[in-house]
Each structure stands twice: as C-alpha cells, then as structure tokens.
Design a protein around this ligand. Structure first.
Ligand SMILES: N[C@@H](CCC(=O)N[C@@H](CS)C(=O)NCC(=O)O)C(=O)O
Length: 208
C-alpha cells in the first residue's frame, strides 16, 4: 500500500485527490507542518527539502508533487496520455505551469495578501496582481477546453487545489467564469471531495 506523507494544504491535496481518482489504495500519514514535523529526520531521509507531500511505495520513495503525479499516473496507467503524444506534452506543459508559476506565486500571495497584508504595499500589490494575471491565463485557456487538456488529467489535480484557496488570493472566481465552471464541476466529484479531506478534515470544499 502507498504511504502518503501529507498535510491539509494545496500541495498535499494534489496527491490525495490523484490517489482517490486513480483508485489506488493508500494510507495518509499526517505531517503537521504547523508543528515542524517536516523536519523529523525520518521524513527528511526521503524528503530532503523538508516539505510535504512525499510518498513511499514499497522500496520506492518520491518527493516533489509534480514528480509524484507523474509516478502515480504511470503506476495506475491513468490521467496521463501515452508518452510522446501531443496530449502528453500538453499535460506536462500545464503541470509545469503549476509547479513553476501558479503554485509558487499563489503561495506568496497567501503570505502577502492574506496572512500579512499591506506590511509591504509593494509585495501585496505584486502578488495580488500576479494572482489575477495567472487566474486570467487559466480562464482564457478553459474558455476553449473542458479540462486543462483533452480529458481529466494530472494537470487538473495539480492546479485545482490551488484554485480552491481563492479567498486567500483575493480572487473573485465570478470574474473568471471559465475557471469557476471548471472548479465547480470538479468540486462535485467524490474523489476530489475525499482527497480534499486528507489527511485531516479541515472542512468542505470552498464554494464561491
Ligand atoms: N515544490 C514542492 C512544494 C511543497 C510545499 O511547498 N509544501 C509546503 C506545504 S504546501 C510545506 O511542506 N511547507 C513546510 C516548510 O516549508 O517547512 C511540491 O510541489 O511538492
């Protein structure tokens, strides 16, 4: 059985949602980052960047959520098109967009817009604007596509949990109708609802 080391955050939920949707059997192991459990030597031994999520699957360990999603897609044979196909590359484009931009920038927005607003006006404005810009990129793409790529994929699993923190980002999803449609459609899926509540139940999926 896969062991998922995780906490109730967007990066952690990417993987619990993926595991639920793939139907893989797993158990969650809570790593409470509010209590610095990510610094436990046992965890650092296979997740050296001291961040959740990470997984153990027999003798194989994987850290970094993007690598974990690719690993699980290959293991399950689901949610990633055959290697080298146009859809495979489109999926990796949006996965990397999330890993390199949408996640890190929204993470900064959570700090400077939600937790520590206006301590630095420059930082608040910079990350609020970047959150708007990135959500606009997503909206323009989803205007022409039901999911991030042709079918539900690991790109949706990567991006959706970050969108779900819209209230931390001062994002009014009603201003982004295509993101809102996609977000609510996926929020209806039992796999997303179960994955959202791992490893602890921090409430229902937020709805604007
Ligand atoms: N690039 C990493 C980012 C993971 C990450 O930022 N995890 C946060 C929680 S969402 C964390 O564990 N923070 C604890 C810390 O920084 O000490 C991934 O995608 O897996």
């Amino acid at each position: 059985m896969i062991e998922l080391y995780t906490w109730a955050t967007p990066n952690g939920r990417k993987i619990s949602i993926a595991l639920e949707e793939m139907g893989l059997s797993y158990r969650s192991i809570a790593v409470d980052i509010g209590k610095d459990q990510q610094f436990d030597p046992e965890f650092l031994a296979f997740s050296p960047n001291n961040k959740i999520p990470a997984l153990r699957d027999g003798s194989q360990t994987v850290f970094e959520s993007g690598a974990m999603l690719v690993y699980l897609a290959r293991k399950s044979g689901r949610f990633l098109a055959p290697e080298g196909s146009p859809t495979y590359w489109k999926t990796l484009e949006w996965l990397m967009w999330q890993m390199g931009g949408y996640g890190p920038m929204l993470g900064q927005a959570h700090h400077f817009v939600h937790f520590n607003p206006d301590k630095s006006e420059y930082a608040s404005q910079r990350y609020a604007q970047e959150a708007q810009r990135l959500t606009g990129v997503l909206d323009r793409h989803l205007e022409h596509s039901e999911f991030l790529v042709d079918e539900l994929s690991i790109a949706d699993f990567a991006i959706w949990p970050w969108t779900s923190r819209f209230s931390f980002q001062n994002i009014d999803l009603k201003e982004f109708p295509h993101v809102l449609r996609w977000y609510l459609q996926l929020a209806e899926r039992p796999g997303f609802q179960r994955g959202y509540k791992q490893p602890v139940d921090a409430g229902d999926v937020p709805r604007p």
